[in-house]
Design a protein around this ligand. Structure first.
Ligand SMILES: CSC[C@H]1O[C@@H](n2cnc3c(O)ncnc32)[C@H](O)[C@@H]1O
Ligand SMILES: [Zn+2]
Length: 432
């Protein structure tokens, strides 16, 4: 066994106590071996965590990583206009190499801010899987299916591609890549194909991921045409299961919240995207009270405009209070739980808690900075005061992905250059 010890730091326990401890990791198996004292002396390698807080690697449970290429390309519009007028036209020009360049930029950004796992819906998934593999991160990926505006054959081919991708890449990158079938939303995929997605994925044991109730425009047509709330409509299709995680859930009424809780569905709250697109405020505290597993996601960088899950925790706590008109709603603890354990549960990873036997997915936050002083309550600091740039080391599956702010697998200058070129090329093609 090759071991790595994170030494001399404070450690966030599963109960969110903070204790001065070392963390010993089996770098071959990728697991946490022990949390205790003086574990550095016999370890093969050490990572200095002094003046730092070791936390579980953060989980970005809903993103479109390659949309880093579209950061700042189109802003200040609501979802529908933004997608139809700007995003979808330029996405139609993206090639595999572009998606690869955007995904590289995303992985660098996430590793720099302590994210070790991501749930990603996009296309050219093979390129994304290659980047995840090289980055050392963990991901649950899938091909996003959109059938509106397609003839029957093309629509079926798109759904078939989602299954093909899910089957082909599951277990890639030494098991760090898992997959799901990903119909884009209840209004952008035909009803018969939603039925088929649910049935085939259930038979094959493949999880499901889709956008749910993000805007009124995603709710009203279903209520008008099917005569029921979207979550009930999804349930009728067989889409609500314990291995389903749905993004947004903004316009979700009480009956839907109880249905989602009952079916064991995770809702991924994406507060920054919801604010930027003025989609609305999700009833997060109500969902938590009802027992829904609520996780956090950045959504794509074009609607955020970064991939910093620290920002998502802060936004979730802040907006959660506004939405509930209650300063005690969506506490720091709740937000931190959403970004760690709940996100790992959503994606089906054995991460999100620092305890022996779990995946060694960790981040070390530098506490030795003015904006994290004094140390009354470090959980409060993680949610209300810390930033992604406070992360000093990132470890995933027992491997060091960032060492003293140096991202190991990538040359950041080259990554940024490739992303800039891919983005400029896409804009040229879109505007030609
Ligand atoms: C077909 S791959 C995924 C698809 O989703 C688009 N997208 C990005 N952000 C959002 C959002 O907030 N709601 C719905 N769809 C979104 C992305 O541009 C891709 O086309
Ligand atoms: Zn999304």
């Amino acid at each position: 066994m090759t071991t790595l010890a994170l030494t001399d730091g404070f450690v966030l326990t599963p109960g969110f106590a903070v204790e001065k401890r070392d963390v010993l990791v089996d770098a071959d198996a990728g697991d946490i071996v022990e949390v205790g004292s003086d574990l550095g002396a016999d370890a093969d390698d050490t990572l200095d965590a002094s003046d730092g807080l070791v936390i579980p690697g953060l989980v970005n449970a809903h993103s479109h990583a390659a949309m880093t290429l579209l950061r700042g390309y189109a802003d200040d519009k609501p979802l529908d206009a933004w997608l139809r007028e700007d995003v979808w036209p330029i996405e139609a020009t993206l090639r595999g190499s572009d998606v690869r360049a955007g995904a590289e930029l995303a992985m660098v950004e996430m590793i720099r801010s302590g994210v070790t796992a991501v749930g990603d819906m996009y296309f050219h998934v093979g390129d994304i899987v290659d980047v995840v593999d090289r980055s050392g991160m963990r991901a649950r990926v899938g091909h996003g299916v959109v059938t509106v505006g397609k003839d029957d054959d093309d629509a079926q081919a798109d759904l078939d591609e989602s299954f093909h991708v899910a089957e082909k890449f599951d277990g890639a990158a030494d098991g760090r890549v898992r997959t799901a079938v990903m119909p884009h939303s209840l209004t952008t995929v035909d009803e018969e194909l939603l039925d088929e997605a649910a049935e085939r994925s259930r038979e094959a044991g493949i999880p499901l991921h889709f956008h749910l109730n993000e805007t009124p425009a995603e709710v009203d047509p279903i209520v008008d045409e099917a005569g029921e709330r979207p979550s009930a409509y999804a349930d009728d299709r067989g889409l609500l299961r314990p291995d389903t995680w749905a993004a947004h859930g903004v316009h979700t009424d009480e009956s839907e919240i109880h249905l989602l809780a009952d079916r064991g569905v995770t809702v991924v709250h994406c507060p920054a995207s919801n604010m930027k697109l003025a989609s609305g405020m999700a009833p997060v505290q109500e969902m938590l009270d009802a027992g829904v597993n609520v996780a956090l996601g950045t959504d794509g960088a074009a609607s955020n405009n970064d991939l910093d899950v620290f920002g998502e925790m802060r936004d979730a706590a802040m907006v959660g209070k506004l939405a509930a008109d209650d300063a005690s709603a969506v506490s720091a603890e709740s937000a931190l739980r959403m970004a760690t354990e709940n996100g790992a549960n959503a994606l089906g990873f054995d991460s999100g808690r620092i305890e022996p036997g779990r995946n060694a997915d960790l981040a070390v936050v530098d506490l030795d900075v003015p904006h994290l002083t004094p140390h009354h309550d470090l959980v409060s600091h993680l949610v209300y005061a810390a930033r992604g740039s406070d992360v000093r080391h990132t470890v995933c599956d027992g491997r060091v992905l960032m060492d003293d702010r140096d991202v190991v697998a990538f040359d950041e200058g080259e990554v940024r250059e490739r992303a800039q070129e891919a983005a400029s090329g896409a804009v040229d093609r879109a505007e030609r």
